[in-house]
Design a protein around this ligand. Structure first.
Ligand code: KIV
Length: 296
């Protein structure tokens, strides 16, 4: 069996999602379901729940590492999480988010870092924030055989330039610039495009204008798919979440309550029970004399 016949043999329910199968979804009625994941457990959950795409997002800086924004996270930190996700996810397409300053200083550095996500992290593609000004990096990464997912609109790595997390493209020149960015990225050869934090009407226009699937986050229902942050969907972070982040579980309070019950059981001597303990072999109990008290 060669590498290609392996693909054919894998056809069926458990088949790995590929960049080409995501591209093909442009013409499908079925929106793409995408989610972030950051470790083995979250990757298994996302994968077994049937996500098409798992993104190891740089949002991990905030939801996993506790930073105030995404800017401090490094390539090495992202790779550490990428590898864990790759061990947990067997079916979804795995995309690594390139963190701030991993593709900004030079095209060479961008290619080297993108390559690390594939070689060392097990990613099938990388995601890059920004439009036309990122084209040299995008083209060079594509030339190195690494598929690229674009990301325009509210791009969190541009936090300081934007002056906060603000919806983008509300005025015509901004909307036109985003449409031009989308077309230029498509022409460069990206396989899909994340549209974040923009009016739903603009997201629809961009989706109609390009031949690749768009994946929205805070961009309304007209995109080719949707992506959310794992911790937002499961309600794992308390506090204000953006209005587009639908919460399917009050994970923080459910988990906190379980942990409180565990601590109570330990303190009340109710954990572990006899059933939760190992026993010496019947008939030959291993018993040792109590340790003698030593004088100080
Ligand atoms: O890092 C992230 O979580 C993202 C979003 C698009 C989901 O980039």
């Amino acid at each position: 069996m060669n590498a290609h016949s392996g693909d054919a043999a894998a056809a069926g329910a458990g088949q790995r999602v590929t960049v080409s199968s995501i591209r093909e979804r442009k013409t499908s009625e079925r929106p793409i379901a995408a989610l972030t994941a950051y470790d083995y457990a979250s990757a298994r959950l996302a994968d077994e729940a049937g996500m098409d795409i798992i993104l190891v997002g740089d949002s991990l800086a905030m939801v996993v590492l506790g930073y105030e924004n995404t800017l401090p996270v490094t390539v090495d930190e992202m790779l550490h999480h990428m590898r864990a996700v790759a061990r947990g996810a067997k079916r979804a397409l795995l995309v690594a988010d390139m963190p701030y300053m991993s593709y900004h200083a030079s095209v060479e550095e961008a290619v080297r870092n993108a390559g690390r996500f594939v070689k060392e992290g097990g990613a099938q593609a990388v995601k890059i924030e920004g439009g036309r000004k990122r084209l040299p990096a995008v083209r060079a990464i594509l030339d190195a055989e690494v598929p690229v997912m674009g990301h325009i609109g509210l791009t969190p790595q541009s936090l300081h330039r934007m002056g906060g997390y603000k919806v983008q493209g509300r005025v015509p020149p901004e909307a036109q610039a985003l449409l031009d960015d989308a077309r230029a990225l498509e022409e460069a050869g990206i396989f899909s495009l994340v549209l974040e934090g923009m009016p739903r009407e603009l997201a629809c226009d961009i989706t109609r204008a390009v031949s690749i699937p768009t994946i929205g986050i805070g961009a309304g229902p007209g995109c080719g798919g949707q992506i959310l942050v794992f911790h937002d969907v499961l309600g794992l972070c308390e506090g204000n979440s953006p209005k587009f982040a639908r919460r399917y579980l009050k994970g923080f309070s459910v988990m906190k309550e379980a942990l409180e019950r565990y601590a109570e059981d330990v303190r009340a001597g109710k954990f572990p029970s006899d059933d939760e303990s190992y026993h010496s072999p019947k008939g030959a109990p291993l018993r040792f004399p109590a340790r003698r008290e030593t004088k100080r």
